[in-house]
Design a protein around this ligand. Structure first.
Ligand code: CAA
Length: 270
């Protein structure tokens, strides 16, 4: 999702430093964004000047130290709590005191992430939806300590990026994934119990409920590892058995069939 966030921020006029663990990954990311921009240019949605202007706003980098001068940091690391806590502990030390530190976590409570930072008042949730350049929603989540100033700045930033921010409370899964992920998990149970094939489940929801994408295709698109992490966060966070992850989802993740990004999930991708 980091790529989509960087693309959207750059095309909204912001200078973006794309930080990855190694420089090569960040450079590859910029090439992928260029691919998306070229598609938009071919469709006549942007012109060549806009493509180059957006690319010119992106700088690849490696290592968190590069975030030292940023006004806003948007963390989009994998959905693992220990990793996010470590990142926010370090970012809090590296970044300017006035910087806002936002997490694109899809389910981990912001109060828990903020507790890793000494200056917890500047930590906030800024949850984008995939594909980021297309989806208008951003969930904005304040932790217990988040200041009004940080919340105001993130609401304004989301709007300046062409998004509609919606503020929701800091509970596991927030609102979007509290609703979406149990539906996806139930769709996987429907396959697991032999009620319908993946393609049939998708057809039911696309043709019957006008969903733009069936839930099994959507799970592959989001990433099955991310779906499992979110279900586990809901299950552990609420302690309610209705959120238990489907064993078939666990098997696919254990097999490394994570969806589109690995070339195989419930469907196979070329
Ligand atoms: N990046 C950028 N643009 C993209 C894109 C991508 N990955 N995928 C599609 N688009 C653009 C296309 O270029 C196209 O733009 P134009 O209208 O300018 O031509 C537009 O989106 C529509 O795309 P398509 O015509 O190719 O296909 P479509 O009409 O089937 O739409 C879709 C594709 C937008 C992905 C649609 O299927 C959809 O809305 N799916 C549901 C997505 C969804 O539910 N997202 C939320 C996931 S949950 C989440 O993200 C949160 C979390 O924490 C897990």
């Amino acid at each position: 999702m980091g790529l989509g966030i960087a693309q959207t921020a750059a095309s909204s006029g912001y200078a973006v430093i794309m930080i990855d663990v190694d420089l090569e990954a960040a450079v590859k990311g910029i090439a992928k964004i260029d691919g998306q921009l070229s598609r938009l240019a071919a469709k006549g949605r942007i012109n060549e000047e806009q493509r180059l202007e957006t690319l010119g706003k992106l700088r690849p980098a490696a290592g968190l130290k590069e975030a030292g001068d940023a006004a806003v940091v948007i963390e989009a690391a994998p959905e693992h709590k220990a990793l996010k806590l470590q990142l926010f502990r370090e970012l809090d030390q590296i970044c300017d005191r006035k910087a806002v530190l936002a997490s694109n976590t899809s389910s981990i409570p912001i109060t828990e992430i903020a507790a890793a930072a000494k200056h917890d008042d500047r930590v906030i949730g800024m949850h984008f939806m995939n594909p980021v350049p297309v989806m208008p929603l951003v969930e904005v989540i304040r932790g217990l300590a988040t200041s009004d100033e940080a919340a105001g700045r993130i609401m304004s930033l989301a709007q300046a990026m062409g998004k509609t921010p919606v503020e929701v409370r800091d509970v596991p899964g927030f609102a979007a994934n509290r609703i979406l992920m149990p539906m996806i998990n139930e769709a996987i149970y429907t396959v697991y119990e032999g009620v319908a094939s993946p393609a049939a489940v998708d057809q039911v929801m696309m043709l019957g409920m006008r969903h733009p994408m069936g839930p099994i295709t959507l799970a592959d698109f989001i990433g099955l590892d991310t779906c499992l992490s979110i279900m586990e966060t809901l299950h552990q966070g609420f302690g309610d058995p209705k959120y238990r992850p489907c064993p078939l989802l666990r098997s696919y993740v254990a097999a490394g069939w994570l969806g589109r990004k690995t070339g195989r999930g419930f469907y196979v991708y070329e």
